[in-house]
Design a protein. Sequence first.
Length: 396
Amino acid sequence: MTDRLRDVYVVDAVRTPIGKYGGALSGVRPDDLAAGVLGALVSRTPDLDPARIDDVFFGDANAAGEDNRDVARMAVLLAGLPVTVPGTTVNRLCGSGMEAVIQAARAIAVGDASIAVAGGVESMSRAPWVVQKPERGFPAGHQQMYSTTLGWRMVNPRMPEEWTVALGEGAELLAERYGIDREAQDAFALASHRNAARAWADGLYDGEVVPVDGVELARDESIRDSTSPEALAKLKPVFRKNGSVTAGNSSPLNDGAAALLLVDEDGLRATGREPLARIGASAVTGIEPQYFGAGPVEAVRRALKKAGREPGDLHTVELNEAFAAQALACLSRLPGIDPAVVNPRGGAIAIGHPLGASGARLTGAVAHQLAAAGSGTGLATLCIGVGQGIALVLER
């Protein structure tokens, strides 16, 4: 431990292109996805001796299949890093990748580490089905199988029913509470696709996205360049007969991974590089589970207060778009944030939302955007199932 907290810098951040469910990355194991971004990240800093990495933190929301047995440690071994480099896997559902960044930054800030990698991974395509063990041996009847891809399963009967609604129903509740109509949601979704397509066309992701070995995937697979207000309007609501939440204004199911290299001053000298950004304040908060989508609101307020910043100070914001209704509900309660700086290169509705990776993707995106701007304050934030919010402020 040190007598004072150390500054923590983001030296680099990479991610895979995000694959759609059953798409280009569905044949790649999650531990291989994690190993790929870890190896790519380290190779981009040739002056760094990999043996100097003190720890690797990876977020993973599922961990029920090939990502079991501590996927962070598996990634270290599969990437060919020295066996002396440890790894730990963390789970805060959709906030797991950001939680990994926060934990890695905290370890560096207090002096427990000088150089660390933080990231996240998810393969929703390869999430397995699971069967509970019977309460007694040799049952004669059929056993129920559960998909681990997304959402509630094997729910504790003591949980109130209103807490365990489907995630999309939670978005409907927010649309209802904050008066967010279908047209506003579809317009938000359309902007996400257009911003993402434009960012790729302009080469804004060239320095951030790394290829996946053996896979030909040139960009994020869920982006729909040809979508239009008319096409989005034709889609039927998914969760309520007369609802407003559709597949078009929701994030899809995805596969992908992301990783960031974090260092203190000594670690920075060891890399021989200029940092992208500095890690600032963070916050996690809780909310009623059915209104999980509004979780970022209080987390953002607390993180900005800790950082001594106001919403109007933000140069860029990466707000995870689990649902358009959810993102719009958050923005309606954070009126000081300029909508023009939110998800300028597209959001999860277009890019995708591989659960455990998204928090790391968003943090890396903010760091790259601040580096491109040369200075400023950025914010990354996500809502989290079961009623939480997480937010992180970065500075340059």
